[in-house]
Ligand binder design. Structure first.
Ligand code: NAD
Length: 323
């Protein structure tokens, strides 16, 4: 059945802060007909689903939010968003966390392959680029249907810090961030404008360096303030932007994490690049952006960081044939 004949369904795996907030945004905007919350704990998922369905009624929206009782409840999803993930706990190394979350994503990718084989997967769980790689390999989906959320968030953070430095232009700032979601992200000042004016004409070099530093530190700043968790409003909104781009077939350009096959010099790895998004997911990777030498170097370094983590998974035999 075509999407238009049966209404659009978005399943969200993981009903924590990001997952629940994505569901809330979608239901408040009436972006789809059905949101299916798939959590570890059915009652919590159900409680949130009922609460949101009631909110949708208050907002005069048609979206129904439901909770998945069994894995097959995600069947017929047009999009499945993976937000399940464990936070780092005391005594846990980065590699331990990598393996823990890779296993979570692996299990759900298999579930999606079985019950929603035609869906588009949006990955949010961290470490983002590696988890997108895992979801791609374990689902066996083509690369245009497995997309990581990071660039839209990092770009929004950069726009925020530009506004903070300027004191005007909020909502008119177009920032572009490429590369991995982490310390080695690559904010592209050359392609960043305020109402069309390049920021390189608005700030001194050292002011731009400060904006870039704040952008890289944007997530950590919020963790430090919240103390018990990480940011979720901007991450959830950024994810909802991707969902809308697909369901509304907008063909707009967003920075997203995708599997690269030679684009920007990277192969068999996931990293953030500008892509055109539409009903088929990533419909085109924009390769026309000419990077400065330093930006190319930063992008390469960022890809290497992700490659190191993927190599760790291979070393630990994580991707076993036939499993
Ligand atoms: P959270 O702790 O509020 O929620 C995590 C959810 O994952 C919970 O519902 C929990 O039950 C579930 N979960 C944990 N272990 C699980 C397991 N073994 N099996 C199934 N489900 C499990 O966290 P959050 O703030 O919602 O963040 C979710 C993920 O998104 C984290 O990995 C976080 O680092 C990541 N994140 C990514 C970005 C990005 O830019 N890509 C931004 C923010 C958060």
């Amino acid at each position: 059945m075509k999407i238009s004949e049966r209404g659009k369904k978005v399943s969200i795996i993981g009903t924590g802060n990001v997952g629940a907030t994505v569901a809330f945004i979608l239901s408040m905007n009436g972006t789809c007909h059905e949101v299916m919350l798939r959590g570890r704990n059915y009652e919590i998922a159900l409680g949130k689903a009922i609460d949101m369905s009631q909110a949708a009624n208050a907002a005069r929206q048609h979206t129904i939010v439901q909770a998945a009782k069994v894995p097959s409840d995600i069947s017929d999803s047009d999009i499945v968003v993976i937000t399940a993930g464990s936070p780092r706990t005391p005594g846990m190394s980065r590699d331990d966390l990598l393996i823990t979350n890779a296993n979570i994503v692996k299990n759900y990718a298999k579930e999606i392959k079985e019950y929603a084989p035609n869906s588009i997967i949006i990955v949010v769980s961290n470490p983002l680029d590696v988890m997108t790689y895992v979801a791609l390999k374990e689902s066996g989906f083509p690369r245009e249907r497995v997309i990581g959320m990071a660039g839209i968030l990092d770009s929004a953070r950069m726009a925020h810090f530009i506004y903070e430095a300027l004191g005007y232009g909020a909502g008119q700032i177009r920032a572009t961030v490429m590369g991995g979601h982490g310390d080695s992200m690559v904010p592209l000042t050359k392609f960043t404008t305020v109402a069309g004016v390049p920021i390189e004409d608005l700030f001194t070099n050292s002011e731009i360096v400060d904006i870039v530093r704040k952008t890289r530190n944007g997530g950590a700043q919020i963790v430090e303030l919240l103390k018990t968790g990480s940011a979720y409003y901007a991450p959830a909104k950024s994810t909802a932007v991707m969902v809308e781009a697909i369901l509304k077939d907008t063909k707009q350009i967003h920075s997203c994490a995708v599997y690269l096959e030679g684009e920007y010099g990277a192969r068999d790895i996931v990293s953030g690049v500008p892509v055109m998004m539409g009903a088929d997911g990533v419909e085109r990777i924009i390769t026309e952006m000419v990077l400065k030498h330093k930006q190319k170097e930063s992008f390469q370094k960022s890809v290497e960081d992700v490659q190191n983590m993927v190599d760790t998974l291979y070393r630990l035999n994580f991707f076993k044939e036939g499993e």
